[in-house]
Design a binder for this molecule. Structure first.
Ligand code: PKZ
Ligand code: G3P
Length: 692
């Protein structure tokens, strides 16, 4: 069970030895004292040993047992329940004992409680406690010793932290200590996002640690690894909210004082239910073999995918059949893509398996269905209906019981964010409305985002339909799906609509089919042999005459997709219930689109290069002022995470060009967007999806 000689084995690893020699040679040359290599090597080796000692864990099962005992008592006090699925744990345990290969747990990161829960649950089920990659921000005196005993090992959260910004090859080679852990059959836990989610949605995955796991297997040091995505959901996170950061204030560094305040907060309040879901472990080897044989198309930049759509109003061309067959990618690029896709796949799976909690539904209903307030009985009725919608979309719920009781508990947990008044008109029933202050809207948005991914494909289809169009308009399904694909690319930093192994086309095709089954859309006209434009729709441009050209090889071979060679024309249902559903879907995306349209307006003010952090801060102030003055339709459009995402998206889209000098990044308009006309087109593109 225990690791042995990790530090010595790592120091004797050839990669580390080479790194030590390279760094020593550089030092030697810099000191202009040739001939002192030996001294320099032992100096660098000492430094490496110190790094490693700082880094490695020193698990003590007795200490884990003691901590577990304390945690069980604490958690009993501040959670109503910690829900786990016995079958899932049995499955993990079976895989752990029968397959005799290391396991890597890859959870979503919502709260500091995540890692406590996972080790506690595994330990209580007699499954080996994992070594956990912990950011060195948690390395504070005494706590760091405790963390190491509980399985944490410290890593830098950014590889290059030196002043010159050069690649720290020594530190990078030392990270391969992870190899040694896996070689010694230890289990590992990595939070791929590298930070707790500030939005309630998963942050983008970072693949550095995962790449070391993949390397370890590919170099034959171990035969295989079992990967276990883990979903975690909270009724309410103990951190309460991230409003201070979302209001643009810097994060407070970890400290004993902060921990003490956190524990004190925890003891005074109940935080509802927590749910942890362990997904089926899968073989990394099998995954890589399958993906390698799939001839993935080359990665397409956002700029390449969307610029023709924004500037020339072309429909999205994602990649062509010819590309995917003929273009072999260079080895390092395809390896990177493979690992990035693995990380995305895992995070998508972990997020999909994260249960939807009652607070998520209530927050979502209050923000996007009943923003002006609703009586309790109607809220309970809508809660019940939304619960059914979620289940029918194959997501799980983290609560059970009578809807009225569950809603009452959720209202209690969301406490400060709500405004409850007794209404005069209906038997003295309560009316519940979101508190219309900026912090309350931000906090509700965080909880509501817990189910953003459940309705996202429907919401994108609805936005691509062009809200505001008359409902009797005939819609070409092919065209609708392509517009939706464009929007889902545009929102790449907000949500993953599909895992990398699935094409966006498939996802939207399934969404349209589901909406037809529900009666929300219906087929008005099956197309004839030739694609003929509907008289009410825009003409079908010649270049779209090969509607399948952007799909992958697999789909072309897949007989199910033969059918879509013919387009069909759809109409939307005019029933009041369905119209209400459309409005809900549009509202769900509205804060995001409002932030992006705000950013597209603000980009006009960028007349000369500006330091990125200044630009982000000014954009944030601009959006926040709109919210504070009541100009913004959705106050939550000014959350800091959305502001950062818009800047990132505009860089990836080629609207903003970045320049890096002396570790300072400046932004300026790219040559394409210097003409005002093109900036207007960007704004029009976004507004095209928005209900005005
Ligand atoms: C019973 C009671 C129990 C109680 C029980 C208590 C338990 C008590 C334990 C406490 C435990 C706390 C746990 C807290 C939880 C956190 O602290 S989360 C924060 C720490 N964890 C992480 O950050 C993990 C995820 N992050 C990563 O993997 C990041 O990649 C790293 C390693 C941090 C580096 O980040 P970075 O500097 O941004 O660099 P990045 O661009 O990712 O790439 C770095 C290198 O990785 C490699 N790489 C990256 N991507 C790829 C790719 N796709 N393909 C190939 N190579 C790649 C490349 O070599 C790359 O270098 P270049 O070639 O680009 O120069
Ligand atoms: O969410 P952060 O950025 O405070 O990081 C939380 C991690 O658990 C500590 O590294």
């Amino acid at each position: 069970m225990f690791t042995r000689n990790v530090v010595d084995n790592v120091l004797n690893n050839s990669r580390v030895e080479n790194a030590i020699v390279t760094v020593a040679t550089d030092l030697d040359a810099a000191a202009s004292q040739p001939g002192q290599e030996h001294k320099a090597v032992s100096k660098v080796k000492q430094k490496a040993r110190a790094f490693l000692q700082e880094m490695v864990a020193n698990i003590s099962p007795a200490f884990i047992r003691l901590t577990g005992w304390v945690l069980l008592r604490l958690f009993n006090g501040f959670f109503w329940s910690i829900q786990i699925h016995k079958g899932q744990l049995e499955m993990v345990k079976k895989a752990a004992t029968e397959q005799n290969v290391p396991m890597v747990f890859l959870p979503v990161h919502k709260s500091h409680i995540d890692y406590l829960l996972i080790t506690l649950i595994l330990f209580c089920h007699n499954i080996k406690a994992p070594h956990i990659a912990a950011g060195n921000n948690l390395s504070i005196p005494i706590l760091s010793t405790l963390i190491r005993k509980l399985g944490g090992f410290f890593i830098r959260r950014r590889m290059e932290e030196s002043a010159d910004g050069k690649k720290d090859i020594l530190y990078r080679s030392l990270l391969h200590a992870v190899k040694e852990l896996l070689r010694q059959q230890q289990f590992l836990e990595v939070f791929l996002e590298g930070t707790r989610s500030r939005s309630g949605k998963p942050s983008p995955a970072r693949a550095g640690m995962l790449s070391i796991v993949v390397d370890t297997m590919c170099t034959g040091a171990i035969g295989d690894v079992l990967v276990v995505p883990v979903g975690i959901s909270y009724d309410r996170i103990i951190e309460g909210n991230y409003n201070s950061e979302q209001l643009g204030k810097p994060k407070k560094n970890e400290s004993w004082w902060g921990i003490a305040c956190g524990v004190f907060r925890m003891l005074r309040k109940n935080y509802g239910c927590v749910r942890v879901d362990f997904n089926q472990p899968f073989s990394l080897k099998e995954y890589l073999d399958t993906q390698r044989s799939r001839h993935s198309p080359p990665p397409v930049s956002l700029e390449h995918a969307l610029m023709p759509t924004i500037i020339s109003a072309e429909l999205v061309q994602i990649y062509t059949h010819a590309h995917s067959v003929n273009r072999e990618l260079p080895e390092d690029i395809s390896r990177r893509q493979l690992i990035n896709n693995l990380a995305k796949h895992v995070l998508f799976t972990a997020n999909k398996s994260s249960a939807i909690m009652s607070t998520h539904i209530v927050a979502c209903l209050l923000l996007y269905r009943h923003r002006q307030g609703v009586v309790l009985s109607k809220l309970v009725e809508d809660f019940f209906n939304m619960k059914e919608e979620i289940l029918s979309r194959d997501f799980d719920l983290g609560f059970s019981g009578n809807s009225e009781d569950v809603v009452m508990r959720a209202l209690h947990l969301l406490g400060n964010c709500l405004n409850v008044t007794s209404s005069s008109n209906r038997n003295g029933e309560f009316t519940i409305a979101p508190t219309q202050t900026v912090p309350a809207l931000f906090e509700l948005n965080f909880y509501s985002n817990g189910l953003f991914h459940v309705f996202i494909s429907d919401a994108i289809i609805e936005s691509a339909r062009q809200p505001g169009n008359p409902s009797n308009l005939l819609l070409s399904q092919e065209r609708l799906i392509r517009k939706a694909a464009g929007l889902s690319h545009f929102l790449i930093n907000e949500v993953a609509v599909a895992p990398p192994c699935q094409t966006i086309y498939q996802v939207f095709h399934d969404t349209v089919t589901r909406l037809i089954q529900y009666g929300v859309l219906y087929v008005a006209e099956e197309d004839q042999e030739e694609l003929s434009p509907s008289p009410t729709d825009e003409p079908w441009p010649k270049k779209f005459a090969e509607p399948l050209s952007w799909r992958s090889d697999e789909e072309d071979e897949d007989s199910d997709f033969g059918e879509e060679q013919r387009d069909r024309y759809l109409k939307v249902s005019v029933s009041a219930e369905h119209q209400e559903f459309f409005v809900f879907l549009q509202r769900l995306l509205s804060p995001v689109l409002e932030a992006y349209s705000g950013a597209a307006i603000f980009v006009h003010s960028l007349s000369q290069p500006m330091v990125e952090s200044d630009y982000t801060q000014r954009l944030f102030r601009y959006l926040l002022t709109r919210t504070e003055r009541g100009v913004a339709g959705y106050g939550e459009s000014a959350t800091h995470y959305l502001v950062k995402n818009t800047v990132r998206t505009f860089k990836e889209l080629g609207v903003l060009k970045e320049r890096r000098e002396n570790k300072v990044t400046t932004l300026e308009l790219s040559s394409t967007f210097l003409p005002q006309e093109n900036r207007n087109k960007l704004l029009q593109y976004i507004l095209g999806f928005t209900l005005l």
